[in-house]
Design a protein around this ligand. Structure first.
Ligand code: HEM
Length: 542
């Protein structure tokens, strides 16, 4: 998911390499003439030599060191499906700033908290752009790519209307309602079925619906994950899916015109469908025939646009296209990122029954057993807050953050970083540095409690040892929404149910492998049996 609007592509380089290899294989050139074989061999050798003179340890040009790569593809084939893990290992070999060639692009990887801070704080102004990519261009209206007035207007619109403390409080009902509906469907499943439920799916229904109601006043799914939003659901799911596909043409420009995977065609088609659908929704809203409430983002922005009120958008004029662009980008960036964290948090708690019990005891003491937890309880749940922080540490939704690009040449950590170089920050690797995190592989929420080893660390981009939302001027625009929806979803699940694994599985053997994916998803979905633990009246949800 996520991806194109903000170019998540760097996270799945292996897919690019594999696609290139397949393409090369598919060409099936009949090499019958010996001279042709010789010519090919000589060309490859020359390319290889030329390439080696530009990469590797001793580049002699003040550039960071890095592993040697292949002609044309560069280091793409070496990165593996779990790129963050490979880069973590490479950082141990080449040091905290590492240089890679990815097809025709050059990237540097910041592998430690210190270097991340240098790039994202000291040199934030030079790394305020994101590299161009086909998703942004053909599908996501290119608003969260280049730094400039349009980007500023979009950030301002989000910050004021959706993510300010006041707006978040105003939209609290949507989040709590979706959490309650998740409880309702899980309680129904617990009463009726011997089958375990897929908890990540339930969490995704909750986070997607909450965002969708806040953005366009409609739900995407019904409680059981079926379609409530008809075309909206179809399009949102397709948008998320296409966002996860890596386009070879982004790395190997010579292949761009071929569109070998058909991704660009899919993006263009989907863009038209989304655009048409949004035009329909906007039309209904303007004619007053839409049943949705006034308080959603769409209503606010249309109102501002009609009144030519530029205060919501930092003085920039708002257009229909801006509104559609913003909504599409929010869906892409704010759904799977949040539900994946909920699934990892619940996996860790189920794997550590003592921690689950501690969190439940805290919730019982603050909330009791007669009602569901609400957002107003959160400030009195320090242990649960620590569980959430500790989940973001080993399981950040975007393990390599989102790429940035140097807008001018600069010098970082003593290395020359040429203009146009892409920046990748290994958030996942940094949060496992034993110098910063005692026993980094242990899931230990207490490290964030008063007196714990990392008690002062928060998630908001000022402590570079933990930056799951990035840092600097391009820090995640939806951070505050993301934290609130994750907190209410996890608190509700922990409070409302006891959790059992399917017969034959034990907590200490729970599979915690990561999938080969753009986002840090579980390789195996978490399947569990919920057992209600509150008074029956707490589950009476209309
Ligand atoms: C757990 C949840 C989330 C995580 C871990 C996450 C992570 C990130 C990261 C790492 C970045 C790049 C930051 C950088 O370059 O320094 C980002 C950007 C962004 N995120 Fe999130 N995100 C989450 C949820 C959300 C939500 C809920 C929304 C909106 C509803 C959202 C909207 C965005 C947008 C629009 C950007 C692009 C910002 C820009 O380029 O200026 N994110 N996110």
């Amino acid at each position: 998911m996520l991806a194109f609007c903000m170019s998540k592509r760097s996270n799945s380089w292996r897919a690019t390499a594999e696609a290139c290899m397949e393409l090369i294989g598919a060409l099936d050139v009949p090499l019958r003439l010996p001279w042709l074989v010789s010519a090919l061999a000589i060309s490859v050798t020359v390319c290889y030599i030329l390439f080696f003179s530009r990469a590797g340890k001793g580049n002699g040009k003040g550039l960071p060191p890095g592993p040697r790569g292949w002609p044309v593809l560069g280091n793409l084939p070496q990165l593996g499906g779990k790129t963050h893990q490979t880069l973590h290992e490479l950082t141990k070999v080449y040091g905290p700033v590492l240089r890679l060639r990815l097809g025709s692009s050059v990237a540097v990887v910041a592998g430690t908290a210190g270097t991340a801070e240098q790039f994202l704080r000291a040199h934030d102004a030079q790394f305020r752009d994101r590299p161009p990519n086909s998703g942004g261009e053909h599908m996501a209206y290119n608003v969260f790519g280049p730094y400039g007035p349009r980007w500023r207007a979009m950030r301002k619109v989000c910050a004021v209307n959706l993510f300010s403390a006041r707006a978040l409080d105003g939209l609290r009902g949507f989040r709590e309602r979706e959490a309650a509906l998740m409880v309702k469907s899980l309680a129904a499943a617990a009463a009726s079925a011997a089958e375990p439920v897929a908890l990540g799916k339930a969490a995704n229904v909750c986070t997607t619906n909450a965002l969708s109601r806040a953005a366009v006043g409609r739900r995407v799914f019904d409680e059981m994950g079926g379609s409530a939003g008809g075309e909206l659901k179809e399009i949102v799911l397709e948008v998320i899916d296409v966002g996860g596909v890596l386009n070879v043409g982004d790395f190997v420009p010579a292949l761009r015109w071929l569109d070998p995977q058909g991704v660009v065609a899919r993006m263009k088609k989907l863009h038209r469908r989304f655009d048409d659908m949004m035009n329909g929704i906007i039309g209904e809203r303007l004619q007053g025939t839409d049943a949705a409430g006034e308080k959603d983002l769409l209503g606010l922005l249309l109102d501002a646009m009609m009144k030519e009120d530029k205060s919501l958008s930092g003085g920039e004029e708002l257009t229909h296209t801006d509104i559609k662009a913003l909504i599409l980008n929010l869906f892409v960036a704010g759904t799977d990122t949040t539900s994946s964290i909920v699934e990892w948090a619940m996996s860790e708690l189920i794997r550590h029954p003592d921690l689950l019990q501690q969190a439940q005891e805290e919730l019982d003491a603050v909330v009791g057993r007669a009602r569901l937890v609400s957002e107003s309880d959160m400030s009195r749940l320090p242990f649960l807050t620590a569980v959430i922080k500790e989940t973001f540490r080993p399981h950040p939704s975007t393990p390599l953050s989102l790429p940035r690009m140097a807008s001018e040449e600069c010098f970082v950590a003593g290395y020359r970083i040429p203009k146009g170089t892409e920046l990748v920050v290994n958030v996942w690797g940094i949060a496992r540095d034993p110098a910063l995190w005692p026993d980094p592989l242990e899931f230990r929420p207490a490290r964030f409690l008063i007196g714990g080893s990392n008690s002062v660390v928060d998630l908001k981009g000022s402590n570079f040892e933990l930056i799951p939302f990035g840092a600097g001027r391009r820090i995640c625009a939806g951070l505050s929404w993301g934290l609130r929806i994750v907190m209410i979803a996890v608190a509700t699940l922990v409070h409302a149910f006891d959790w059992k694994l399917p017969v034959g599985q034990t907590p200490d053997e729970l599979n915690m492998e990561e999938a080969l994916s753009l986002l840090l998803l579980r390789a195996v979905p978490l399947m569990v049996h919920p057992a209600p633990r509150l008074l029956p009246s707490a589950y009476e949800i209309a």
